[in-house]
Design a protein around this ligand. Sequence first.
Ligand code: GCO
Ligand code: MN
Ligand code: MN
Length: 404
Amino acid sequence: MCLAPQDDDIINRLTPMPTDYSPHPEHHFTFGLWTVGNVGRDPFGDPVRAALSPTRIVQQLASLGAYGVNLHDNDLVPRDASATDRDRIVREFKNALADTGMKVPMATTNLFGDPVFRDGAFTSNDARVRAYALQKTMHSIDLGVELGAETYVFWGGREGVETNAAKDPQESIKWFRDAINFLCEYVRAQGYTLKFALEPKPNEPRGDIFLPTIGHMLAFIYTLDHPDMVGLNPEVAHDTMAGLDFSHGVAQALEAGKLFHIDLNAQKPGRFDQDLRFGSEDLKGAFFLVKLIEDAKWPGMRHFDSHAYRTEDEQGVWDFAAGSMRTYLILKEKVAHFNADADIQSLRDELRSRGGNPHIVPKFSALSGRELKGRAFDLDTMRAQGYAYERLDQLTMEILLGVR
Ligand code: GCO
Ligand code: MN
Ligand code: MN
């Protein structure tokens, strides 16, 4: 087959497609207060932007078409706020939510900023720190539920080591398990319907973080007392930092019914945690991620855990936010093109029907085992045949490049 377009294709291409990439609440786009609120501090430099108030963030994101905002306890209520201050801040924030219709679908705890967590929270060597981390998380869960959160994220950025002389890694896993079990019981005792989403990351800020990948976390979940309450919050950048194919990890979580939340951003491999705008690196990876999520009709939140370049002023922050959602919607449209592309689909159909009956390897029985042992294969033909993946990938690239 050649790549020359048919007449119909040329006509289709000349007819402008109705394109509307404007985000709306039903797209379920969310941002963290800490993401658009990022002031551009880095290990080498001071903040470059003024802090934005949570109410301003809510109003701006609502006007851009987002569904909601997510938060750490201390993104909203400062660490040293009095009880009266806390109530006032929460009241004002709730008013902004009510005025705009914005939701808070996810909440989480800051278990990394306070120097008390320098050796971790649930896995600190100091038992008092482990207890304080539980206390802080219980209060933060109450806040999240008060704001309507249905998912509660655990990102253990400080749960790790720089030197393996510091901790017994088996004991650390047990401490982490004890903490999650304790908090599951707390949620049940309060009568909350909250689900937990664990977020793996291989390193940064710790030299090495425990439970570093989706696979590690998934295996860990099944050792918990209430595995049904606990799933995953995977993040593009984190698996990319580990050199893994993110969409494969997400697929495994989806297939297990454990994709409870997702952190979308972009990242160059082999770098520090960049938190780049979704789709701005590895466009093909972003495309196959959107394809996976959209084809599965996954109902969850499309959460952007990323921030504007440090070069930006406030306008750049809103450009970043609008761009994140727009890129997702453009890729969603590309997915529809891919799924409707006759050449691509016929190649895929041919691949899937190759070898005849897809159940050619039956469930084991004494009979099927005996039959398979005796079957003759035409190995020469099977060895000689190519898979046309070059052509398939080129067609995919041409969709992404906008010429198909
Ligand atoms: C990171 C993490 C965090 C978490 C956040 C919510 O690399 O810093 O991705 O942004 O997602 O703390 O739990
Ligand atoms: Mn991250
Ligand atoms: Mn994250």
